[in-house]
Write a protein that binds this ligand. Structure first.
Ligand code: NAP
Length: 281
């Protein structure tokens, strides 16, 4: 299949690395020339250009928009001027509701997507093979989406060895507010709170001692600042609801500890010990 990728960063580059190995022909577009050169050198694409219009000169059948979130719709709007309507366009943005609603009106053959995979790094150098393997990959088709387009995309996602999950775009946004966007904000707050330790001797020792527990809980808060900000901006309502519920939980924990209510705290930890098994694999 002839595939276009716009935005050759962590996600776009990783898609290219895997899809190219599966025998597809990859045409990349990115903002910066050195990024295009690096994508070619790394074997993520067969051709690369800084000119979005170059995709109109290629026989592309599917395009993945892998730009930062605020650029997904402007990119689609530009592509819509030049491409034949048969081209299936998808995106990988971490929020779906507002993007899908606007995208469908710009390009009826659009299917929203969100691979549930990533790292705390960004850019083409962060792209890796098998990033999506065994990971959920959400697609958010609408009632009038062509079944052929869904199947075309499903086939490519299976090439990535990812697991397709179909979801309503707004339900997706509420769900990822809990398991992706809230953790980013909690994790960032954790790093910020630790950094406020005023005794330099204590702070330095904490930094030296930080091991697997801190690494796990701080990982997503130490990631791409642009992406974290865009998650909050574009999924504001669902994220605020999740943050407010989290604040209530935190206040309850503080209350238990202040009042030395150890049995209440123990009961809560027993519940969370059990409930954790119900999230993810
Ligand atoms: P990233 O590593 O920063 O990649 C985005 C790339 O887009 C950049 O490398 C940049 O390349 C390129 N770009 C910027 N402006 C552009 C433009 N006007 N035209 C073409 N390319 C442009 O970010 P990412 O993590 O891959 O995120 C990309 C998308 O994936 C976002 O929508 C995000 O929500 C989604 N996503 C991210 C994760 C994650 O964990 N990171 C997970 C799932 C989905 P240049 O060097 O050329 O500027």
């Amino acid at each position: 299949m002839q595939i276009g990728i716009v935005g050759l960063g962590l996600i776009g580059g990783s898609l290219g690395l895997d899809l190219l190995q599966c025998g597809h022909t990859l045409h990349g577009v990115s903002q910066k020339l050195p990024t295009c050169e690096a994508a070619l050198a790394r074997g993520a694409v067969h051709t690369a250009s800084t000119d979005l219009r170059s995709l109109a000169d290629r026989p592309v059948e599917v395009i993945f928009i892998c730009t930062p979130i605020p650029l997904v719709l402007p990119t689609l709007e530009a592509l819509a001027q030049w491409l034949p309507p048969s081209v299936l366009i998808t995106d990988v943005a971490s929020i779906k509701g507002s993007i899908v609603t606007a995208a469908i009106s710009l390009w009826p053959n659009f299917v929203g997507g969100h691979p549930m995979a990533g790292t705390e790094s960004q850019g083409i150098q962060a792209a890796v093979r098998h990033l999506f393997q065994d990971r959920p990959y959400v697609l958010t088709p609408q009632s009038d989406t062509s079944p052929a387009s869904i199947e075309q995309l499903r086939g490519l996602i299976q090439d990535l060895q990812a697991r397709v999950i179909l979801a309503d775009p707004f339900t997706h946004d509420q769900a990822v507010a809990w398991i992706s966007h809230l953790p980013v904000m909690i994790s960032a707050s954790l790093i910020a709170a630790c950094s406020r330790e005023s005794q330099s001797e204590v702070l330095q020792l904490a930094q030296k001692l930080a091991s697997s527990g801190f690494r796990d809980t701080s990982r997503v808060g130490g990631g791409n600042p642009d992406l974290g900000t865009a998650m909050a901006q574009y999924n504001r309502q669902a994220l605020l609801q999740a943050l407010n519920t989290y604040r209530q939980e935190l206040e309850e924990v503080i209350h238990y500890i202040e009042n030395q209510s150890w049995s209440d705290l123990h009961q809560l930890l027993q519940i969370t010990h059990r409930e954790r098994q119900t999230f993810g694999e």
